[in-house]
Ligand binder design. Structure first.
Ligand code: OFO
Length: 170
């Protein structure tokens, strides 16, 4: 049984994961509009991944006898000044999510909820990967600067990303 605090915090994180999905879909739409298909593909897969994160919390709340309560999502940003600005924001967003996951893990310890603490270990490891992946792209974009050719190369490489549901098969 989840404590009230843990129950609320997990529902809040479910909303945060869906907002992440929403934000990345908005970023994908921006890239579609800019004609950067690879980056649009990368963000669309990020959108799919975030939904699997949300659903992992959804399933977990139910498994622990809790009640899922979906909350309103705010309107995500629509435009950015450059591809670099998009990925810089994605990086800041992932750091914020890592902070939230760490806070959840601390709450789980405070509430003596070892099962939730254990479940959160998956997210702690995932956040390391997410931050590193976005940071790499930020650095690549900084390296190429305004060079159209470099941007084209990065975009082309990002067309190859495919979706894998990493929450399955644990
Ligand atoms: Fe981007 O990892 Fe979930 O939110």
């Amino acid at each position: 049984m989840l404590t009230d605090k843990m129950h609320q915090a997990l529902n809040d994180q479910l909303q945060a994961e869906f907002f992440s999905a929403y934000l990345y879909l908005s970023m994908a739409a921006y890239f579609e509009d800019e004609g950067l298909e690879g980056m649009a593909n990368w963000m669309t897969i990020q959108f799919q991944e975030e939904q699997t994160h949300a659903m992992k919390f959804y399933r977990y709340i139910i498994e622990r006898g809790g009640r899922v309560e979906l909350q309103a999502l705010e309107k995500p940003q629509k435009d950015w000044p450059s591809p670099l600005a998009v990925f810089e924001e994605a990086f800041e967003h992932e750091k914020m999510i890592s902070g939230r996951i760490n806070d959840l893990a601390e709450l789980a310890i405070a509430e003596k909820d070892h099962a939730t603490h254990n479940m959160l270990q998956w997210f702690i490891a995932e956040q390391v990967e997410e931050e590193a992946a976005v940071d790499t792209i930020v650095n690549q974009l900084k390296m190429v600067g305004d060079q159209g050719h470099g941007l084209f190369m990065i975009d082309r490489e990002m067309r190859g990303r495919t979706f894998v549901d990493e929450t399955q098969g644990e």
